[in-house]
Design a binder for this molecule. Structure first.
Ligand code: PAF
Length: 274
């Protein structure tokens, strides 16, 4: 992969990378389309990265279907699928990890210790292997995107990070490979996330800025669902991820819940449409 990337760069090509863990869906397809538009060589990596899963999390169960992924990627005009095996990325003796500090402490970082260390480490390795000039990530993993932006800036990585809007099903459910875990009843329950976000956004747009009041709006919707265990409902400044008491147009509302064994996240920025 490094050899191909070096030749492409020598020929003056722009390499666009879409890093994924596979089980590709319409959210990934939107990243690939944008990558296709902006890059000469479009690379999609498919790697279920073991270091970003904690003990007892769903690494073994994470859905995998390389044949289907290859079809989705081909339809999106991908040039190269880079699908390494775990020992290619973490050979025996591997011992180097990368940490983004404050940004990864709250939210998912608090619930999934070590998760972002695994993410930023593997993304750094992918950048070194694929040598892209730009890399595309979805905004559903908002904290991941913030940490990757910080990391590239802090370490002077010559990669433009492109954040792409959340893609939703027609009924509002945010696209996620983990949606495959949901039963029909759980999937119906999961719609409370997008309903909660919408309610808060509408309340904000109607003039409510007190976070305590906006949170009550969300809790009235999500908290009413018996099958939902809430991990967090938080209002934070979208770039620093610092908690806010008064909402503004750049306030991120971030949600994480468990429905049965499935952990789902979703978010919106109050002043934005998506
Ligand atoms: O968002 C994901 O799918 C993963 O966290 C990523 C960025 C591919 C790293 O493994």
């Amino acid at each position: 992969m490094q050899g191909i990337a070096a030749s492409a760069r020598k020929a003056g090509q722009v390499i666009a990378l879409v890093p994924t863990m596979g089980y590709l869906h319409a959210g990934h397809a939107s990243l690939m389309r944008e990558g296709r538009r902006r890059g000469d060589l479009l690379v999609v990596s498919i790697f279920v990265n073991p270091t970003q899963f904690g003990v007892g999390e769903d690494f073994a169960a994470y859905p995998r279907d390389l044949q289907r992924d290859m079809q989705v990627a081909a339809e999106a005009g991908v040039d190269i699928i880079f699908a390494p095996k775990a020992p290619d990325i973490y050979p025996s003796g591997y011992q180097t990890y990368l940490d983004v500090e404050q940004l990864t402490l709250p939210l998912c970082g608090a619930k999934r210790p070590g998760h972002f260390r695994g993410v930023t480490t593997v993304v750094t390795k992918l950048f070194n292997i694929v040598m892209p000039q730009l890399a595309l990530f979805g905004k559903k993993d908002f904290q991941q995107l913030a940490a990757i932006r910080r990391m590239t800036a802090d370490l002077n990585m010559p990669v433009e990070i492109v954040g792409m809007p959340i893609v939703r099903e027609a009924d509002g459910l945010a696209m996620s490979s983990r949606n495959a875990y949901l039963t029909t009843a759980e999937r119906a329950t999961a719609l409370c996330l997008s309903r909660g976000l919408r309610a808060a956004r509408l309340a904000y747009q109607a003039g409510e800025t007190k976070v305590t009041a906006l949170r009550e709006n969300v809790m009235a919707i999500i908290g009413a669902e018996k099958a939902v265990a809430i991990e967090y409902v938080e209002f934070r400044q979208q770039h620093s991820l610092v908690e806010v008491a008064h909402a503004a147009s750049d306030t991120l509302l971030a949600l994480a819940v468990k429905i049965g064994n499935t952990r789902l996240i979703d978010n919106c920025v109050l002043g934005e449409e998506n």
